[in-house]
Design a binder for this molecule. Structure first.
Ligand code: AQP
Length: 332
């Protein structure tokens, strides 16, 4: 069975983008893969997290994953900061990756924005930690949204350079698994920006814990253009907001976008948004209810995470110990 690794940052409440681009695929992959899923709290602190909220966000993210159907008995679910191998291997990778490689990372440019000099050094070396997350388990496939493709290419560059520098054939090649029609869900306020849990505008996203009225209101207020929906895909060219709403509908209804346009083309956005809101509520409200059920017993969530951390460390620790020997650490 192929081993896969993937992670999600507890930097806010999981969004519909996280769900369609990642979590839903994680659940589906459980039948045919050995899955290691991680709440990546070390990654989250590359940007400021208020400690009071952060602990709650972290537990809530784990609860969301369980509510969506991650099965911690057949697979592994844990917190990144609980398994020291991630940070240990990341340091070695900081010394393998080149500054020129990191300078090309578009996510750093997007997140650091104009205030680059004031971004944390953690944000800059984020892709090295991500490479360590995957390679500490010698995972060979990573289900991610389209936005993470560049980071996976960098992880492969790091693996190859390590193998080459130390004259070993140790780290495998990693394959991105980019699944589903809505591999990239965009902001409801700006169809050119991805939907993000840390976007300052709550109106830009659907949170997995939003109630039905909030979801309906956000979709009603979502930015659109004055034209009706087209009946064919070509009619969505240069209409990023319309394309995004159609993509969300298609992904949640398990249809292709052409079929959505066949059913809804020619209608104004008012009617389409009503149909979309009903679909989103139908799909997300069971998840929100199940998340609340897990959070009513936080000790049970912590027990799942503790058990997962033990099983994750049992895989990662020997791999990282071997890497340290290859590097020449004496380890006494
Ligand atoms: N808008 C999106 N569409 C599709 N997939 C998405 N993902 C994130 N946003 C979208 C996928 O979700 C997984 C977990 O992401 P993450 O939490 O590790 O970090 P991120 O990609 O930076 O997600 P956010 O929501 O934008 O978080 P913040 O605001 O903290 O930066 C990844 O597989 C990602 O592809």
């Amino acid at each position: 069975m192929q081993r896969i690794f993937s992670g999600i940052q507890p930097s806010g409440v999981a969004t519909l983008g996280n769900y369609l681009g990642a979590i839903r695929n994680w659940v589906a992959l459980q039948d045919e893969h050995e899955c290691i899923y991680c709440v990546v709290d070390l990654h989250a602190i590359t940007e400021w997290q208020n400690p009071k909220d952060f602990a709650q966000q972290t537990r809530e993210m784990a609860a969301v994953l369980l509510a969506c159907g991650i099965d911690p008995t057949r697979h592994i679910l844990f917190l990144q900061s609980s398994v020291r191998a991630h940070a240990q291997l990341a340091w070695i990778f900081n010394c393998v990756a080149r500054i020129g490689w990191l300078n090309r990372m578009t996510q750093f440019k997007d997140k650091a924005g104009k205030n680059r000099e004031n971004a944390s050094t953690g944000l800059y070396v984020y892709p090295n930690l991500m490479a360590a997350d995957i390679l500490a388990y010698k995972a060979t496939a990573v289900p991610v949204g389209e936005d993470q493709r560049q980071h996976l290419e960098l992880a492969n560059d790091i693996a190859q350079k390590f193998n080459h520098d130390y004259g070993v054939d140790f780290f495998p090649n990693i394959q991105p698994l980019i699944l589903g029609v809505a591999a990239r869900v965009m902001s409801l306020r700006d169809g050119t920006k991805k939907m993000s849990k840390s976007d300052p505008s709550d109106q830009s996203r659907i949170n997995l814990n939003d109630d039905a009225d909030t979801i309906a209101l956000k979709i009603r207020r979502a930015k659109t253009d004055p034209e009706p929906l087209p009946s064919e895909m070509e009619g969505l060219a240069n209409r990023p907001e319309a394309r995004n709403l159609v993509g969300i509908y298609a992904a949640l209804a398990d249809m292709d976008a052409d079929s959505v346009l066949r059913d809804h083309g020619g209608k104004g956005f008012g009617a389409f948004k009503e149909a979309l809101a009903a679909l989103v509520v139908d799909r997300l409200s069971p998840i929100a209810a199940e998340t609340r059920r897990y959070l009513a017993d936080p000790a049970s969530v912590d027990a799942v995470l503790r058990d997962g951390a033990g099983r994750a460390a049992a895989i990662a620790d020997p791999i990282v110990a071997e890497v340290e020997r290859m590097v020449g650490f004496i380890g006494v």
